[in-house]
Design a protein around this ligand. Structure first.
Ligand SMILES: NC(=O)c1ccc[n+]([C@@H]2O[C@H](COP(=O)([O-])OP(=O)(O)OC[C@H]3O[C@@H](n4cnc5c(N)ncnc54)[C@H](OP(=O)(O)O)[C@@H]3O)[C@@H](O)[C@H]2O)c1
Length: 261
């Protein structure tokens, strides 16, 4: 894909009520896309929709849990009925939790996998017939640098992002002959309320303060990657360093990680 046009593109973004998802909604609106925004917090979602509306080619909201099959179906029904189809699906909604694996409950593992892994997979499955008929169709899966390197205290979250990463690589190859592209976004530390939204905090964050990028920066990099047809981006300079160092010397990174366990 040489360059994708975003003006008029019909785009579904999950997790659009805050952080990276809301910044991306505004950036896509600036590019002239038509948006379907999905998240649970109705007021926050409507505020994003209101800000995007003057710039976008149209904005629709779906309030609900992305892990609920009926909510996912409602979003695709709106794409079909009100926008006439779907060109870009952005799987951005996710949750996390902190604390050692052995102290956490089986329910916590299931909940994180439901939202971060099963929901995007099943949304893609249901969206494929629409995407196949779309213009320059694209799936964007928002992963994390923790989908490249596991760290202590976030085992379930890391597992969900590694799963999304492997799934995305397989699917990209399977969909290539249908001209459906797949972009994986692996952010590093980003200034959002993600840590306020954790399901559970069983331990204080052991990590030193990280240099964070803004969600607007991440959104601009995602839009640039959509246009260019990139396969993966790591929109964080130190995040890229960690991914690179882990490839080069995983044992060195293992030793560093043990200090924070
Ligand atoms: N911030 C970081 O440092 C960082 C680093 C690496 C990767 N990421 C990834 O970036 C993405 C966005 O996170 P963020 O940093 O922007 O955090 P955020 O502000 O907490 O955004 C998460 C979004 O997901 C939505 N969401 C969560 N659970 C949901 C559910 N069950 N159903 C529907 N929507 C749900 C939230 O909306 P509601 O609560 O309204 O449902 C919110 O809009 C995530 O995939 C995250 O893993 C973030």
């Amino acid at each position: 894909m040489a360059r994708r046009r975003l003006a008029g593109a019909r785009v579904l973004i999950t997790g659009a009520s805050s952080g990276i998802g809301s910044a991306l909604a505004l950036e896509m609106a600036r590019a002239g896309a038509a948006l379907i925004l999905l998240a649970r917090r109705q007021q926050a979602l409507h505020a994003v929709a209101q800000a995007a509306a003057p710039l976008a080619a149209g904005v629709e909201c779906v309030c609900g849990d992305v892990a609920d099959a009926d909510v996912r179906a409602a979003a695709l029904d709106i794409a079909r009925a009100r926008l006439g189809g779907l060109d870009i699906l952005v799987n951005n909604a996710a949750v996390g939790a902190t604390g050692r694996f052995e102290q956490a409950s089986p329910q916590r593992l299931r909940q994180i996998m439901e939202v971060n892994f099963f929901a995007p997979c099943e949304l893609i499955r249901s969206a494929l017939p629409l995407l196949r008929e779309g213009l320059a169709p694209l799936i964007v899966n928002v992963s994390s640098i923790l989908g490249h390197r596991g760290i202590p205290g976030y085992s379930e979250y890391c597992a969900s992002k590694f799963a999304l990463q492997g799934f995305s690589e397989s699917l990209r190859a399977e969909l290539a002959s249908q001209n459906i592209d797949l972009l994986v976004v692996s952010p590093g530390t980003t200034q959002t309320d993600f840590k306020e939204h954790l399901l559970e905090k069983l331990q204080p964050d052991p990590w030193p303060q990280q240099a964070a990028v803004t969600p607007q920066y991440v959104a601009r990099r995602i839009v640039q990657a959509m246009r260019r047809g990139n396969h993966e981006i790591v929109p964080h300079p130190r995040g890229r360093l960690l991914v690179w160092l882990n490839r080069l010397s995983p044992r060195l990174v293992d030793a560093l990680m043990e200090r924070f366990a």
